[in-house]
Design a protein around this ligand. Structure first.
Ligand code: GLU
Length: 301
C-alpha cells in the first residue's frame, strides 16, 4: 500500500495561519474557540493571522452572517492581518485547477445519483458509467488504488487514513454547480501561503483528503493542528446546525476567558475585563502541549 507522508516543505518560511469561517450563521462558542486557537498559535509564533470567508455554498448561507462574524471577531479583540479573502471571488482559480486535473486524467465527470451512490455503500470509485453530456455532472478526483495518507497532527499526534477505501473518489465540483469545500480550501491555503492550519477536530477527517489533493497538485502541505470541537455541558457538539450556545454579545471578555480555559491554559481568576489583556496573557502562556486530546475531552465531558 502506498503511504503518503507529507514533507513539510518550508521550515524557513514565516508563520502564516488563518481562520476560515463559513457564513452559515454567527459565531458560536465552538467557532470562537477555533478562531482563538488559530490566532494564539499564530501570534505566539510571531506569525500572521488571516481570515478567509468560505462563502461558496449560497444555499447554506445566512444573509448578513459574514459581516456578523467579522464584527464578532473584532468585538473579541481578534483582529486579522491584511484583507479578508472571499472564496466567492475565487471561481476562476478553482476552474483553472479543475481543468488541469481533468486534462491530466486525475479528475473525471460523474452523473451518479444519490441512489447509485448508496448502492456503492456511499463510496464512489472510478470508472463511472458514461453520462449524458446534456446533463450536469459532478467532477470527482480519481484517487489512486492504494492511497493512504499519514500526517502528524500538532495536538493529536500521528493520524492516517485509507482514502480509497474510506472516502473513494471525492467530489471537487458538485452537480448543482458549486465548488466543493475540499477543492477550495486546498487551493486557497496554497494561494495564501498558509503554513499552519489550526482548526476544530470536526475537520480532522478532511485533512488527509486535503493533503492527498495537495500532493496531486504539487502544492506544499501546511502543518495541521486540530483542537477538540466544543461540546456543551450536556455533551452535545456545538455546530452551526446545533446552536446550543450562541455567544453572548454583552460579555466578550468572559467569552474569551472561557475559550482560553477551554484550550487548556491555566488562566488565573484575576479580574480581566478586557479582551486585549486576556489575549496578551494567552499569547504569552500559549502551549501546544496543553491542548486536550480529542477523545479524552469528548469522553470526559
Ligand atoms: N469553513 C469551514 C467551517 O467553517 C472551516 C474550514 C477550515 O478551517 O478548513 O467549518
Amino acid at each position: 500500500m502506498m503511504t503518503n507522508s507529507p514533507s513539510y516543505s518550508y521550515p524557513h518560511h514565516p508563520y502564516i495561519g488563518r481562520f476560515a469561517p463559513s457564513p452559515s450563521g454567527p459565531l458560536h462558542f465552538g467557532s470562537l474557540v477555533s478562531a482563538l486557537a488559530s490566532y494564539l498559535d499564530a501570534k505566539a509564533h510571531h506569525g500572521k493571522w488571516l481570515v478567509r470567508m468560505e462563502d461558496i455554498d449560497p444555499p447554506r448561507e445566512i444573509d448578513g452572517a459574514a459581516a456578523t462574524i467579522l464584527q464578532q471577531l473584532q468585538q473579541h479583540g481578534l483582529y486579522w492581518d491584511g484583507d479578508v479573502l472571499h472564496q466567492s471571488q475565487r471561481s476562476k482559480a478553482y476552474l483553472t485547477v479543475l481543468e488541469k486535473l481533468k486534462q491530466s486524467n486525475l479528475a473525471y465527470p460523474c452523473q451518479c445519483s444519490r441512489q447509485q451512490l448508496k448502492e456503492k455503500g456511499g463510496v464512489h470509485n472510478h470508472p463511472c458509467l458514461p453520462g449524458n453530456p446534456a446533463k450536469p455532472s459532478a467532477i470527482r478526483l480519481a484517487i489512486s488504488n492504494d492511497a493512504k495518507v499519514e500526517f502528524k497532527d500538532l495536538f493529536q499526534g500521528q493520524q492516517q487514513q485509507d482514502i480509497k477505501y474510506l472516502v473513494g473518489d471525492m467530489v471537487l465540483y458538485r452537480k448543482d454547480g458549486l465548488f466543493a469545500y475540499q477543492l477550495a480550501v486546498v487551493i486557497d491555503d496554497a494561494f495564501q501561503n498558509i503554513t499552519h492550519v489550526i482548526r476544530g477536530s470536526d475537520l480532522l477527517d478532511s485533512t488527509p483528503r486535503q493533503i492527498y489533493l495537495q500532493q496531486q497538485l504539487a502544492l506544499h502541505t501546511p502543518l495541521y493542528g486540530h483542537i477538540p470541537i466544543a461540546i456543551n455541558s450536556t455533551g452535545h457538539k456545538l455546530s452551526k446546525q446545533n446552536l446550543a450556545t450562541p455567544i453572548n454579545y454583552d460579555t466578550p471578555a468572559m467569552n474569551v476567558a472561557t475559550a482560553i480555559r477551554w484550550l487548556g491554559l491555566p488562566l488565573p481568576k484575576l479580574h480581566h475585563n478586557n479582551c486585549n489583556d486576556l489575549l496578551a496573557w494567552a499569547i504569552q502562556h500559549w502551549q501546544r502541549g496543553l491542548i486536550p486530546p480529542v477523545m479524552e475531552r469528548l469522553a470526559s465531558s
